[in-house]
Write a protein that binds this ligand. Structure first.
Ligand code: CFM
Ligand code: HCA
Length: 534
């Protein structure tokens, strides 16, 4: 593996190589030793073809995009709105209210004249038009790069329109694309605004049993539907999903839950912390990617509530669901055992999906995040040591305090202690590194050059990444599975999702078609030349 690292760095100018060397690590983490440090959540070196996206994408596309009954207006050029319109495959199912704005792409469609003379009037008109057409409960405004550059005040416009409309919550996000080093800044900005303007609004008490929030689950390819099916079968009430197929009212009611379950730690840990500080709701890390991981997460929820009725029901559900999962796993394993994969995805899937590959007997040779922070690699215990640089300081940290009326610890200190003494972990995430084998290669903010080099050197049976990587990797003869959009597949979460995933990956790694790929000019070069590097 050390040779591989050297190979990846060899072509870079010395300064670039020094910086990239800190973002490429040979995994040495073990359960007991402190893992070595990785540099993450820093600017991509200019000129490098990063896999990352922008802050606007993280805020509008990722966190707020999947909500179905809020009108999300992109204030900016049409491309920003169009590119973030359903490309993420976040699915929705309108409830009895029938409200679902997912099929619309709302944008102010800024033109040259708006950039020169200002776009606030156009934004006001857009909010009014959306209100007149749909009368939604909420309208959110997302700032793209030019909005920050010309100084349009989206917050002032939102405030004015909220007062004018009266029965519609309007608020904005300063999530200009350049605001942070990646999508991650957009997550934080979205978390802050949703918490400030929306969470806690619905004061109507909830009387259901075993109330949780599911944080960081975006219903890509219907994952959230499968998780909800399982939760419902177990008798667990999901008050609010942040934010797959969510509604205005779910966010507004999140303070009624008794436990927050965090799927994607990177994108939503801020809301989990704020719900705890303001309302006293503890949070735990869960993972519904992988059948074993799903069972473990359900048991963790059962143990928290500590009720025999719930615990027995959860066991019954697991016992009912697992035989089909195990039979499928056994069948595919005869073909997938020992095959290898690489996973380079956002800020949590490069970790979560290793569970599914393990269940198929497949090994992960190399993995990494586009924009994870050190805690997503090394675990939350390193948070106090993370250097706060100018880019992170640029993102607002909001002050949240215990609500004088609504704060109520869901468990007594003694109850929490009893759970912890029994090994229960609150507010805990160990990150990706400890789950990967020694000697595997962990890379932050992988780029096009390194991706191709890795494939050439390690020849994995499968590469998992996104649309920008898909075709360049497949041209190298290796199948690429999109772990963002799932290509056209899914769900992959929960029990039924695991079965879907096993079957698809079995077909992908068993197919030889990619290795037959040769462009005509590779087979019969009509022109040959030698490139001389001086
Ligand atoms: Fe969380 Fe996500 Fe991800 Fe993410 Fe994303 Fe996504 Fe992703 Mo694409 S919230 S960090 S910003 S799990 S959109 S649903 S697939 S990069 S690994
Ligand atoms: C985003 C969204 C994205 C992109 C996926 C991809 C997604 O970061 O803006 O590059 O294929 O999941 O849709 O991560």
């Amino acid at each position: 593996p050390a040779d591989i690292k050297e190979e990846l760095l060899k072509k870079y100018p010395p300064k670039v190589a020094r910086k990239r060397a800190k973002q490429i690590m040979i995994n040495e983490a073990t359960e007991s030793e402190a893992p070595p440090e990785i540099v993450a959540n820093v600017r991509t070196i200019p000129g490098i073809i990063t896999m990352r996206g922008c802050t606007y994408a993280g805020c509008k596309g990722v966190i707020m995009g999947p909500t179905r009954d809020i009108v999300n207006i992109t204030h900016g050029p049409i491309g920003c709105g169009f590119y973030s319109w359903l490309t993420r495959r976040n699915q929705t199912s309108p409830g009895p209210d029938g409200e679902n704005y997912m099929t619309y792409c709302f944008s102010t469609d800024m033109q040259d004249q708006d950039i020169i003379f200002g776009g606030e009037k156009k934004l006001e008109a857009a909010i009014q038009e959306a209100y007149d057409l749909f009368h939604p409960k909420g309208i959110c405004i997302f700032s793209t790069c030019p909005v920050g550059l010309i100084g349009d005040d989206v917050h002032a416009v939102a405030k004015k329109m909220k007062a004018k409309l009266g029965d519609c919550n309007v608020f904005g996000f300063s999530c200009e694309g350049y605001k942070g080093v990646s999508q991650s800044a957009g997550h934080h900005i979205a978390n802050n605004q949703v918490f400030t303007h929306l969470v806690g609004e619905n004061k109507e008490p909830r009387t259901e049993e075993y109330k949780i929030n599911l944080l960081g689950e975006y219903n890509i390819g219907g994952d959230g539907f499968e998780i909800d099916r399982i939760l419902k079968k177990c008798g667990i009430t999901n008050i609010a999903t942040f934010s797959g197929n969510s509604t205005y009212d779910q966010f507004a009611s999140a303070q009624h839950a008794d436990l927050s379950c965090v799927m994607c730690h990177r994108s939503i840990n801020y809301v989990a912390d704020m719900l705890e500080t303001k309302y006293g709701i503890p949070w735990i890390k869960v993972n519904f990617i992988g059948a074993e991981a799903t069972a473990k997460s359900l048991r963790k929820i059962g143990e928290y509530f500590g009720d025999k009725k719930l615990i027995d029901k959860i066991e019954a559900v697991i016992a009912e669901e697992m035989p089909e999962v195990e039979a499928t796993a056994k069948d595919v394993r005869s073909r997938t055992e020992g095959k290898t994969a690489m996973l380079f995805v956002g800020g949590s899937r490069a970790h979560h999906y290793q569970e599914l590959f393990n269940e198929m007997g497949m090994k992960t040779l190399s993995a990494g995040y586009e924009f994870g922070h050190r805690d997503d690699y090394e675990g939350r215990r390193v948070i106090p040591d993370i250097k706060v640089d100018a880019d992170s300081r640029n993102i607002e940290e909001i002050e949240v305090e215990a609500d004088p009326e609504l704060y109520s610890p869901r468990k007594t200190e003694a109850e929490i202690k009893a759970l912890e003494d029994a090994g229960y972990e609150f507010k805990h995430y160990d990150g990706l590194n400890p789950d990967m084998d020694k000697g595997t290669i962990i890379i932050d903010d992988l780029n096009q050059y390194e991706a191709e080099k890795l494939v050439e050197l390690l020849k994995p049976d499968l590469f998992c990444a996104g649309i920008k990587e898909k075709f360049s990797i497949q041209k190298l003869g290796v199948p690429l599975k999109q772990l963002h959009s799932y290509d056209s597949g899914g769900p992959y979460a929960g029990f039924k999702g695991a079965i879907n995933f096993y079957k698809e990956i079995d077909r992908l790694v068993g197919s030889k078609v990619w290795s037959y790929m040769k462009a005509p000019w590779q087979e019969n070069p009509e022109l040959t030349a030698t490139f001389v590097w001086e």
